[in-house]
Design a binder for this molecule. Sequence first.
Ligand code: CUA
Length: 319
Amino acid sequence: MDRLYSTVASVLSPASPYARDIGHLFWITFWISMVILLFVSAFVIFNLVRFRDRGEGGLPPQTHGNTVVEVTWTVVPLVILIVLFVLTVQTMAAVSPSTKTTANALNVDVVAHQWWWEFRYPDGDVVTANELHIPVGRTIHLTLTSADVIHDFWVPELGRKMDAVPGHPNTMIIQADRPGTYLGTCAEYCGTDHAWMRIRVVAQTPDAYQAWLTAQAQPHAQPANAKQAIGRGLFVGLTCSSCHTIKGSGATASKDVGPDLTHLADRDTLAAGVIANTPENLRQWLADPNSIKPGSYMPDLHLSSQQLDALVAYLEEQP
Ligand code: CUA
């Protein structure tokens, strides 16, 4: 069982208008800094050589006060800082929600948890976890909160960062230019599994997205065989259903402690991006969650081999 360590996502490969704005600001700042670095370095080296000690002894001529030099080294940095300040404020405005950017936006509520992400689609009666499906070319307006501590939502190729704070909704926008899977992560230390709080944004064509949303709104398939029926019985009868909801199973967790598992089989990963979603991996996750994600709040229920098989058959809709 391999953990999915690779998360190559960079602000330098923007895939949205907002990430491009941030990238532009980065490069402008970078090149201004490089010019300053080169100028200062060259000036220091020139003076080290030009005014080196040639064995004449004594101190060089001492000078005091030079209005031109003092005004120059005050005004030039001031101008540079003003330019960077104005560009930063402009970029912040461009990449944040406004009446212009959210006019035709799709709304999704994001709830951060230790250590996974919950995505709620208010327009579609759909709740999912760790994988945010979006249509390409449309601005997505996210409203972020947290169920416990402060987390931070960050998918560098699609937009800015934003804190998810308990009891204080923050909003942000993302967008994807083209279909694909964009990786992100929690960007604010939030406890043991902070590093295993991954985000996958799956950008789809509008038609594919709509089909996905419609499918997600459906209840979980009814058990198709005896094994799946046993699995559903275990899911509802054991403590699984006090933390996890599965639409159509009769299990509606009173509080969303753990991810909604209605369409778990459709997700690429388990445990917020730690392992690929395969029946074998799910079986091991259920058998010993801490061997896969140390510190996770998913308990070890000490399930028997038959119980594991039945639960996997039901959750993955396997024959
Ligand atoms: Cu959640 Cu770091």
